[in-house]
Each structure stands twice: as C-alpha cells, then as structure tokens.
Design a protein around this ligand. Structure first.
Ligand SMILES: [Zn+2]
Length: 204
C-alpha cells in the first residue's frame, strides 16, 4: 500500500520521467526537496512553470532567449561576420565555455536523421538560408560545428551544398577540425579518429 502524501508521490513520479533518473534516484531527489526551505521550493516551482513561456527562439539565431533577440546577437563586441552552426543550444553553451569564440551562432535544433524521419525541413536550415540571404555582405564565414557522426556529417554536407546552390561561393565555409582530445594517448585512439587527425594535421 502506498502511504506517501500525494504531492510527494507525484513529485517522485515526475522525476522518474526525467532522462537518466531511475526509481531510486527519483525517491532520493523528492525526499531531498522535502528538506529544503519552502521559499526555495516556491521559487523553483515558479521557474519550472514559466520555463516554456519564457524560453523563446531568438529571431536571428534561434538560440533560446526571453527577449526577441538573444544576448549573443545583441552583443556589439562580438564578431558578426562569423557564424558557428550548431545542432543544439547545449552545443552553443559548450562553445561559450572559456570565451574563446567571439563570433555569433545559428542553432539548428536537430540534425538530419532519416532513420528517425528528421529531414532538412524539420530543423532550422531554411531560417539559416534566409538569414544568409538578407545578410549577404555581412556574414563572411560559416563554421559547421555539427557533431562528427553520421547524422552530423550528413547535415553539414547538406548545408554546404544548399548554400552553394542558393548563394554561390561568396561565403567561406569551414568545418570544425577532427582530431585527438587533449590529454589522449595515441595508443588508445580509434582508427577513424586517428585517420581524421592525420588528415587535419597542420603546420607546426
Ligand atoms: Zn541570437
């Protein structure tokens, strides 16, 4: 017999639906919340309930934002001639760590994945082409930063061909380098990584 208070049980059920959380972790998290001050819970509940309404797509780059235009696109100090194309906002956040990259972005919100019925029209490639057409002179380089797997590669190739077809070769198109992770040992690298690293070698 389940003797738990309804709210507690429903919170456990909710956590269980989250990725990577099993029944035990769900219980542990819910009981942890029970020990937090009421004020923290109110604040968290408020933020969660507004999560969707307050997360809009930036009209320029499709990053998530509360305003019409995201803080990155608004930033005059960034290089607006270089655009990195990423699959997701999480990828954008990874690129932002360390503040190495000073340009702007375009977020696709997915990748071409025929096995899961995701085609070019299901992600924001059309928006990218539109954006490039209206900023023809301003944008000088596109860096394709889709993931180095089959779907990411197919997406990069599709975008490159589409741009060549629609806009000609006026924009420089580059792809993030493949290679060995920092601190890796050659002995343990797989064949594909090693051959791609060899291919992408540069003068030293
Ligand atoms: Zn933006």
């Amino acid at each position: 017999m389940n003797s738990l208070p309804k709210s507690l049980q429903k919170t456990i059920d909710f956590f269980e639906k989250l990725p990577g959380i099993g029944p035990k972790s769900a219980k542990r998290l819910a009981f942890y919340l029970l020990r937090l001050p009421q004020q923290d819970l109110d604040e968290a509940a408020k933020n969660i309930s507004m999560l969707k309404n307050n997360s809009l797509y930036c009209e320029i780059c499709m990053n998530l934002t509360e305003e019409k235009i995201c803080a990155i696109c608004e930033d005059e100090n960034r290089d607006h001639t270089t655009v990195v194309i990423v699959e997701s906002v999480l990828d954008l956040l990874s690129m932002e760590v360390g503040n190495q990259y000073k340009g702007i972005y375009h977020v696709l919100h997915g990748r071409i994945d025929p096995l899961n019925y995701i085609g070019p029209d299901d992600i924001f490639i059309g928006k990218l082409i539109e954006r490039l057409k209206t900023n023809k002179k301003k944008i000088k380089e596109l860096i394709l930063a889709t993931n180095p797997n089959m779907e990411g590669e197919a997406t990069a190739i599709y975008i490159k061909n589409k741009i060549l077809e629609m806009l000609g070769s006026n924009i420089k198109i580059t792809r993030l380098a493949y290679g060995l992770p920092i601190g890796a040992e050659l002995e343990y690298a797989d064949y594909m990584t090693l051959s791609k690293a060899l291919e992408g070698r540069r003068e030293y």
